[in-house]
Design a protein around this ligand. Structure first.
Ligand code: HEC
Ligand code: HEC
Ligand code: HEC
Length: 420
């Protein structure tokens, strides 16, 4: 029975190779230099700036909790987990961490005890930062007042709660790397790429994720539903023909939250509030230079909605024009032209024209505020309409803004509003 022995041997062999491949990073950990940076005021200030660029505070602060002390719930399609305490508390924070431990977390996705971290922590982007920038971040966090705050236990579903699954995920979908500047590109482009792909972790929302939560490279920066959130990100890779006006608009959105014709909302309002409003103009311009070069990729499938036929669509648009005139035109203008720096234009608005009406439905139902920023401290609000208008009227007015003024986006059925 030689074939039986052969089969057993080959199964064992393949199993051994797969096992070795899996535990390779445990057997042969990537070496990290064990140097400690000096805690100079310049380095602390630099680290504070980089912490803004990475929006560490956004995730590592619980609702009305002390900044950087963790405890915010991060929902994922595989259960939720809570963020860790980044203050230098010895027992519950980073008090006992060395700069090398910290770099291992940012660059390799490993905790101090060697545990494999989940990609809800965007180390898949942060991996690209330089050791110098990691050290500055470390020194800044160590300069904070220690706060004792225990992290609540996570409720990730099996097997995502196991180290083996986290290791498997990292082996399949993560390769530690450091940003390599492209010598053929401009200094501004390289700086922008470093910020967008690294600390800015813009792809964490602007690139749709695959079945195991990995960013889908086929749809890089093409937007789509954000895992664990009710919002869709807009595509960032449609800006290749940006002229000076478009650049100024995007700069204003990232700096002030409100531009001449547009405003950010929902999760993007938080990104601007915590992060991009604090970035130097030159860094923002560099990011825009990089964004303007992003290649176009396949659009992901939009959220599933009821199909509306042509006849019904015309009825909805007609009914919606009345709702619009009565409830929206005062602010957004009769022809959707808006009011500069006050009310966004709805004509030619990327959020209104997105493949899915999801964000528009959300904002009409719940209302919204652009972020209050140093450049635009008192933005106007958008009132919620969930109590004022029926599902039918909301479907009609959204069908109207998606179909009027030369727009050609799909209509929305009342049944889809009811689902929210
Ligand atoms: C999108 C949310 C998010 C952002 C933004 C974020 N983190 Fe985290 N971070 C997490 C989550 C969630 C964990 C826990 C991961 C786990 O337990 O597997 C974590 C874990 C960590 C850890 C490991 C701590 C430990 O005890 O193992 C460090 C260090 C860390 N983050 C630092 C940072 C820094 C520095 C920044 C800003 C540059 C940052 N994080 C931004 C969500 C985030
Ligand atoms: C937490 C998720 C999240 C992250 C992280 C994020 N975005 Fe967004 N972004 C969104 C959502 C959702 C929208 C759509 C809502 C809106 O337009 O305000 C959006 C919209 C935008 C828009 C407006 C697009 C338009 O055409 O109106 C720009 C520009 C933008 N994001 C840039 C960035 C950049 C640059 C980064 C990285 C620094 C980033 N975003 C990181 C969620 C995110
Ligand atoms: C009182 C003034 C006001 C009224 C009335 C109003 N809006 Fe708004 N709307 C705003 C403001 C301000 C924003 C920006 C809010 C933000 O950035 O979150 C906004 C944002 C929006 C957006 C998102 C645009 C973007 O680019 O972020 C849509 C879509 C929208 N409104 C549709 C409507 C519709 C439809 C109606 C009528 C049912 C309406 N609005 C009534 C003030 C108003």
């Amino acid at each position: 029975m030689n074939w039986l022995k052969l089969a057993t041997a080959s199964i064992l062999g393949v199993g051994l190779i797969a096992g070795l491949w899996l535990i390779w990073p445990v057997l042969f950990p990537t070496p990290v230099a064990d140097t400690q940076p000096a805690m100079t005021p310049e380095r602390i200030e630099r680290g504070a700036y980089l912490a803004r660029a990475g929006n560490c505070i956004g995730c590592h602060t619980a609702k009305s909790g002390p900044p950087y002390a963790g405890g915010r719930r991060v929902p994922t399609p595989f259960g939720s987990l809570y963020t860790t305490n980044l203050t230098p508390d010895d027992a519950t924070g980073l008090g006992q961490w060395s700069a090398a431990d910290f770099y291992r977390a940012m660059h390799l996705g490993r905790s101090k005890n060697g545990g494999f971290l989940l990609p809800a922590f965007p180390f898949t982007s942060y991996t690209r930062i330089t050791r110098e920038d990691s050290d500055a971040l470390y020194v800044f966090l160590q300069s904070l007042a220690p706060v004792e705050r225990v992290r609540p236990p996570s409720d990730m579903r099996f097997p995502f709660d196991t180290q083996l699954a986290r290791l498997g995920w990292q082996r399949l979908f993560f390769k530690p790397s450091t940003f390599e500047p492209d010598p053929k590109a401009s200094a501004a482009w390289n700086r922008g790429a470093y910020l967008v792909e690294g600390l800015g972790h813009c792809s964490a929302c602007h690139t749709i994720r695959g079945p195991l939560g990995e960013e889908s490279q086929a749809h890089a920066y093409a937007g789509g539903p954000i895992a664990g959130m009710e919002w869709d990100a807009l595509p960032l890779n449609l800006n290749r023909r940006m002229n000076d006006v478009d650049r100024r608009e995007m700069h204003a959105l990232l700096k002030a939250g409100t531009s001449r014709d547009n405003a950010v909302s929902g999760p993007m309002a938080e990104v601007v509030f915590n992060s991009t409003q604090y970035l130097d103009d030159s860094d923002l311009d560099a990011m825009i230079t990089y964004i303007a070069s992003l290649p176009v990729t396949d659009s992901p499938a939009p959220r599933v909605t009821t199909r509306v036929d042509g006849v019904r669509r015309s009825e909805l648009i007609k009914q919606g024009s009345v709702v619009y005139a009565n409830h929206c035109a005062d602010c957004h203008g009769r022809d959707g032209e808006g009011q500069p720096f006050t009310y966004p234009a709805l004509a030619n608005n990327p959020l209104v024209l997105a493949p899915s009406a999801n964000n528009a439905i959300r904002i009409v139902l719940d209302g919204g505020f652009a972020p209050s920023t140093a450049a635009h401290p008192r933005p106007h609000g958008m009132p919620p309409f969930s109590h004022q208008l029926s599902d039918e009227e909301i479907a009609a007015v959204i069908s109207y803004i998606r179909g009027a003024w030369g727009h050609d986006a799909s209509a929305v059925a009342a049944a889809d509003i009811a689902r929210y």
